[in-house]
Design a binder for this molecule. Structure first.
Ligand code: PEP
Ligand code: MN
Length: 343
């Protein structure tokens, strides 16, 4: 349900609604809009007596929300949400944001070299994995805390906000100490405990779609971030499981381009795509990036390496910084053509 308060409702009116919800065994999420405060209940809505709530002073209406991701839905919050990471804004009417950097942080020197180049190419934020999710236990597993230190140092030197994945609940605090934005990876989209621990850090979150998740399932898990008090959420379409079959698999995953406008129409939260992991092939990253911006993505996260032959992970999808520069230029051209303004 969405409890809409009257324009002249006071703080005490809002408190009375929250108290009544708590009396029903529910929690409340308060959303202060330009004209109305809207209150959403967290918990089993069958416990709520909407007619009783309507009798409270200051309540304008109580409206049912038809989707399971109630707090994330446009029926609850209509205005686009802009998420701020350092001095970078993602979402709403902001031009596309480009997050770029290596798959894995391999050393300070590697990250610094690549960081300088992605910044020159026009990237707004720096990415780099320290706690890596890897299929094989024999592959490079990431530098862990040492990598986080390099990330913070390079981010500060280049004045670029940083994002890195947090893979385990045990690492949430340390990652939050060093990074500006916490990434929950595709493999952890279903990890309730991790999602809740990350939400509580009150840092911006990059929440990736699981590769086998339906969109409403994805948003329902994202809802947990909001229900635990964190609205600084950026969604990310990163490709879904491709069709199997007897023929050679051409792409690593399938970028679900339609997810971008679907998410945009369902929720006010920003959505970006990850054409690197979605395609797994450097020759497809640029066309998939362009398609994403044309479909309405608020930004992109792109893997870049200046010496891909030496990359310790995901070498096949790493773009050279010069290609990133072209990518950003052409995506900005597309954005301008469709929106008629930048800057
Ligand atoms: C990543 O961004 O480093 C990553 C591993 O992505 P995903 O979780 O989408 O596979
Ligand atoms: Mn990678």
């Amino acid at each position: 349900m969405s409890i809409i308060m009257k324009t002249n409702a006071t703080d005490d009116d809002v408190k009375a609604v929250v108290k009544m919800l708590e009396g029903f065994g529910l929690r409340a999420d308060i959303s202060k809009g330009e004209y109305h405060t809207v209150i959403g209940e967290i918990g089993d809505e069958k416990k709520m007596d909407a007619e009783l709530i309507k009798t409270l002073q200051g309540v304008k209406d109580v409206i049912p929300i038809q989707v399971p991701y109630r707090l994330m839905s446009r029926s609850y919050i209509d205005n686009d949400i802009t998420v701020k990471v350092g001095n970078t804004k993602i979402g709403g009417k902001e031009p596309p944001v480009y997050i770029a950097g290596p798959c894995s942080i391999e050393s300070y020197e590697q990250l610094s070299r690549i960081g300088i180049k992605v910044k020159e190419a026009g990237a707004n934020m720096l990415r780099g994995g320290a706690f890596k999710p890897r299929t094989s236990v024999h592959s490079f597993q990431g530098l862990g805390t040492e990598g986080l230190k390099h990330l913070r140092r390079v981010g500060e030197e280049l004045d670029m906000p940083t994002v890195t994945e947090v893979r385990s609940e045990l690492d949430v605090e340390i990652v939050a100490e060093y990074a500006d934005m916490l990434q929950i990876g595709a493999r952890n989209m279903y990890n309730q405990d991790l999602i809740e621990a990350v939400a509580k850090q009150n840092k911006p979150v990059l929440f990736k779609r699981g590769f086998s998740a339906q969109i409403d399932e994805y948003l329902s898990f994202g809802e947990r971030l909001i229900a635990h008090g964190n609205r600084n959420v950026v969604l990310c379409e990163r490709g879904i499981t491709p069709l199997g079959g007897a023929f050679k698999q051409q792409t690593r995953y399938t970028l679900d381009i339609a997810a971008v406008p679907v998410i945009n129409s369902e929720t006010p939260f920003p959505v970006i795509t990850d054409p690197s992991h979605a395609s797994g092939r450097k020759d497809l990253v640029v066309p998939m990036a362009r398609a994403s911006i044309a479909a309405g993505a608020n930004g992109l996260i792109i893997e870049v390496h200046d010496r891909p032959q030496e990359a310790l992970s995901d070498a096949n999808q790493a773009l050279h910084p010069d290609v990133l520069k072209e990518l950003i230029k052409s995506c900005n051209d597309i954005y301008e053509t469709l929106n008629r303004k930048i800057g």
